[in-house]
Design a protein around this ligand. Structure first.
Ligand SMILES: Nc1nc2c(c(=O)[nH]1)N[C@H]1C(S)=C(S)[C@@H](COP(=O)(O)O)O[C@H]1N2
Ligand SMILES: [Mo]
Length: 320
C-alpha cells in the first residue's frame, strides 16, 4: 500500500513475492535467534524483535452463533494477530503485533457528530449495554492480494447508527481512527494521520456491515483494531478502519485515507473486484495466508448475492 516513486521500489516488488517472503522469514528467524541468544545472556527479553501473537483477552459472554459463516476454515489466532496492516504501529506486517500492545483501549469513547440528533461522546460501555453480540466468520481480502478468514465477534453497525438518529441530510458516514503519537509508534510518515474512512449510508446500514469488538470469542486484540473496528466483508481491507474514535454523518462523500494518498490507485468504493486490476498488480487472484496455491478472487469477495444491488447501474471500473 506504500506509495513509491520508481527509485524507492523495494526488491520485494521486483523479486518474486514468495522468494522475497521466504527470504524475509529466514532473515527474521535468524535475527530473532540472535536476539533471543542476546536476551538469554542478558536475562531480558528486551532485544527480541519478532512477530508476537496477541495475548488472549477476556472471553466475551452471550455471543450468538449466526448463519453468517463463510463455510470456510478460519485462519489461526497466530496468523490473524501477527500478519496485520495498522500503519500507526509500523508498515511491516509483523510491526503491529510488536508495537500495538501499549494502546490504551479502556476507557474508550466514540464521538458522534454531524448530521444526526444524538451528538456527543458515547462511552463504549454504553454502546455495548444490552447490545447482542454475534460471531461472523467473514472472508477478508486486502487490496494487496492476500486474504484470510476471520471469526469476528461484533454487531451490526446499523444498530449504532439508529441510536444516533441521522437526519435526512446524512448520506455518508465518516470514521476516524484514534491517534496519539505517544502510544503509536507510527514509524513512518507514509500516510497522514488520523486514518479516516467512509461508507455510503446504505452500505453502512447493510446487515453484513458490522463493528467488531472480538475475535475467536475473546476481546479483540489491539493489532486488529481494539476496541472497535469496522468490518465490511465485500470491500478491500483498507475500508476496515480500526480503533474508531469518531463517527460523523455527512452530506457529501468523505475522503478516505488511501484515496487521499493515491487517488489513481485507491478509490472510495473499494469493492473487491477481480476484473478491475490495481495499476501495479492483478486483483484476479489472491494468496490466502497459510496456503500455497493462489485462489481466484470472487466478485464482491463472494458476497455479491447480498450486496450487488447496492451498486445497480454503477460503472464499477470508474467507481473503484
Ligand atoms: N487505522 C488503521 N486502520 C486500518 C489500517 C491502518 O493502517 N490503520 N489498515 C487497513 C488495511 S489495509 C487492512 S488490510 C486491514 C487489516 O486488518 P487486520 O490487520 O485485522 O487483518 O485494516 C485496515 N484498517
Ligand atoms: Mo489492506
Amino acid at each position: 500500500m506504500l506509495i513509491k516513486r520508481p527509485a524507492d521500489i523495494r526488491s520485494s516488488e521486483i523479486t518474486d513475492k514468495q522468494v522475497y517472503l521466504n527470504r524475509r522469514e529466514f532473515i527474521g528467524a535468524s535475527a530473532a535467534t540472535t536476539a533471543a541468544v542476546a536476551a538469554g545472556v542478558l536475562g531480558t527479553e528486551a532485544f527480541v524483535h519478532a512477530a508476537t501473537p496477541a495475548p488472549h483477552g477476556r472471553k466475551l459472554e452471550n455471543v450468538k452463533k449466526t448463519p453468517f459463516g463463510a463455510d470456510e476454515k478460519p485462519n489461526k489466532w497466530e496468523e490473524i494477530t501477527t500478519y496485520n496492516n495498522y500503519y500507526e504501529f509500523g508498515i511491516d506486517k509483523d510491526s503491529p503485533s510488536m508495537f500495538a500492545r501499549n494502546l490504551k483501549t479502556d476507557p474508550w469513547t466514540v464521538a458522534i457528530d454531524g448530521e444526526c440528533t444524538k451528538k456527543g461522546n458515547m462511552p463504549l460501555e454504553d454502546i455495548l449495554k444490552g447490545q447482542a453480540l454475534e460471531e461472523r466468520i467473514y472472508r477478508h481480502r486486502c487490496v494487496e492480494a492476500w486474504s484470510m478468514v476471520i471469526p469476528w465477534v461484533g454487531f451490526p453497525l446499523a444498530d449504532l447508527i439508529k441510536k444516533c438518529e441521522p437526519t435526512s441530510k446524512a448520506k455518508f458516514v465518516e470514521f476516524t481512527t484514534f491517534f496519539d503519537p505517544k502510544q503509536m509508534s507510527a514509524r513512518t510518515s507514509a500516510i497522514r494521520y488520523p486514518y479516516v474512512e467512509g461508507l455510503r449510508l446504505d452500505e453502512a446500514m447493510h446487515p453484513l456491515t458490522i463493528l467488531a469488538v472480538g475475535l475467536y470469542g475473546e476481546v479483540i486484540p489491539n493489532q486488529d483494531g481494539a476496541p472497535l473496528r469496522l468490518v465490511v466483508p465485500w470491500k478491500y481491507g483498507f475500508k476496515h478502519i480500526k480503533s474508531i474514535t469518531k463517527i460523523r454523518f455527512v452530506e457529501k462523500q468523505p475522503l478516505n485515507t488511501w484515496q487521499d494518498q493515491a487517488s489513481n490507485e485507491y478509490g472510495f468504493y473499494a469493492n473487491v473486484n477481480p476484473s478491475v486490476d490495481h495499476p501495479r498488480w492483478t486483483q484476479a487472484t489472491e494468496r490466502r495466508i497459510g496456503e500455497f496455491l493462489r485462489r481466484k478472487t470472487l466478485m464482491f469477495n463472494g458476497y455479491g448475492d447480498q450486496v450487488a444491488g447496492l451498486y445497480a447501474g454503477m460503472d464499477l471500473k470508474r467507481n473503484y
